[in-house]
Design a protein around this ligand. Structure first.
Ligand code: FAD
Length: 391
């Protein structure tokens, strides 16, 4: 648990025990390697097998396919919160447990489950999710990667960009246009696997933060994908994305909140001890009020986020609620981390201080998984303010 913040009632004792276990795992299996992973620009692929063995990834795989069969989102929450607190941005655990899992659990047929789930349970076969393209990120309906029917399969052409785990993954779920005349019903999800002819990975993209997480471009040149690699039904790809986005957005919000809370806690210690003009800098009224404001906002955010976590548990989370949490909490975290960096003065600009590292690693939060502006678009449309409603 954090040093500050409201009492949290959503967890049971087993989640608290799991939290201590996760922390110990991260200290043992991530801390010693994180700097090296950042230097090499990717996590050692073998890490996922180690994490799976300890039930940190893939625990959601049903027991018949070698997993633990645990579908309690609070375990996902605990992992995201501990990663956020320890500022470990390299391993793509959110992608593994929160983003890819629903696709593999809900859209696969029996044969696909047999093929892909055991590797997920063991951490030996990992996925990435290829939605964004050079010309289409927020506006996914503008995606141009095409899949054209060819006998009992598809021929895929196009490219994807900014793909997390793009280099390390063994397969990518690719959002493709399968019928150019069918609007939103013209997209499907195809699994493109490592080694398929015509599938190439581009350069590792150089980012301002999250240096250890590989983010890549993917290219498809006449890649033949068998029918057996179609996820769910043809023409439903766009709707499958929408189905899964709520939990993904909440997962980003809660990870962002935990990281911002940790930076706040560290800064609270700092402003109590760092002195200027013979008094602790936190006791100047201007700074005291900054910390008081952040403390209030973080607490209120936590209560909202926890209420949405319980909605995931009872299956009632709406996309709009998740969008509200995503934009508001990630923007709050951006302000908190920026304000905390300011309170560290020159030290806040030095990368050896966690606040400086958090500042650059965190910046992604208001962009990825749907930007702040797109979240507000969705919320506004839900209020009946879509332009099409006026025509
Ligand atoms: C580190 C990182 C990892 C990522 N991982 C993945 C991944 O694994 N898989 C994947 O598919 N994608 C991934 N992405 C891509 C990410 O989802 C997109 O960058 C994001 O959705 C924004 O799309 P875009 O970059 O094309 O920006 P654009 O869509 O070009 O938007 C540019 C700006 O315009 C604003 N804008 C767009 N439309 C509107 C509107 N209607 N009203 C107001 N403002 C608007 C946006 O909010 C943004 O500020 C990743 C990105 C990053 C940075």
């Amino acid at each position: 648990m954090s040093k500050t913040g409201p009492a949290r009632t959503i967890f049971d004792p087993e989640h608290d025990e799991f939290r201590a276990f996760v922390r110990e795992f991260l200290e043992r299996e991530v801390a010693p390697h994180h700097e090296r992973w950042e230097e090499q620009g990717r996590v050692d692929k073998e890490f996922y097998a180690v994490a799976a063995e300890k039930g940190i990834v893939g625990f959601w795989v049903p027991q018949e396919f070698g997993g633990l069969g645990i579908e309690d989102f609070r375990y996902n929450v605990v992992i995201q919160e501990e990663l956020g607190k320890m500022a470990f941005s390299a391993p793509s655990i959110r992608l593994y447990n929160d983003i890819i899992a629903p696709y593999l659990l809900n859209l696969t047929n029996d044969e696909q489950k047999q093929r892909w789930l055991p590797g997920q349970a063991k951490g030996t076969f990992t996925f990435s999710l290829g939605l964004s393209e050079p010309g289409a990120g927020s506006d996914l309906a503008g995606a141009r990667t095409s899949a054209v029917r060819d006998g009992d399969g598809w021929i895929v052409n196009g490219s994807k960009i900014f793909i997390t785990n793009g280099l390390n993954s063994d397969a990518t779920i690719v959002f493709c246009k399968t019928n150019p005349d069918a609007g939103h019903r013209g997209f499907s999800l195809l699994v493109v696997e490592d080694g398929m002819e015509g599938f190439k990975r581009g350069r590792k993209l150089k980012k301002i933060g999250m240096a250890g997480q590989d983010t890549a471009e993917l290219f498809f040149e006449d890649v033949r994908v068998p029918e057996a690699n179609l996820l769910g039904e043809e023409g439903q790809g766009f709707y499958y994305l929408m189905m899964n986005l709520g939990v993904e957005r909440l997962a980003i919000a809660l990870a962002a909140l935990s990281q911002a809370r940790q930076v706040f806690d560290d800064t609270l210690d700092y402003v109590k001890t760092r002195e200027a003009f013979k008094q602790p800098i936190g006791t100047f009224q201007a700074n005291k009020h900054v910390m008081a404001t952040f403390s209030t906002e973080l607490d209120i955010a936590q209560v909202y986020v926890d209420s949405l976590i319980t909605k995931v548990l009872d299956g009632t989370l709406s996309d709009i609620e998740a969008s509200k949490a995503k934009w508001w909490v990630t923007e709050l975290g951006k302000r908190v981390i920026d304000g905390c960096l300011q309170l560290h003065g020159g030290y806040g600009y030095m990368l050896e201080y966690p606040v400086a590292k958090a500042y650059i690693d965190y910046r992604y939060m208001t962009i990825g998984g749907g930007s702040t502006e797109i979240m507000k678009e969705m919320i506004g449309n839900d209020l009946g303010l879509a332009w099409r409603n006026r025509g």
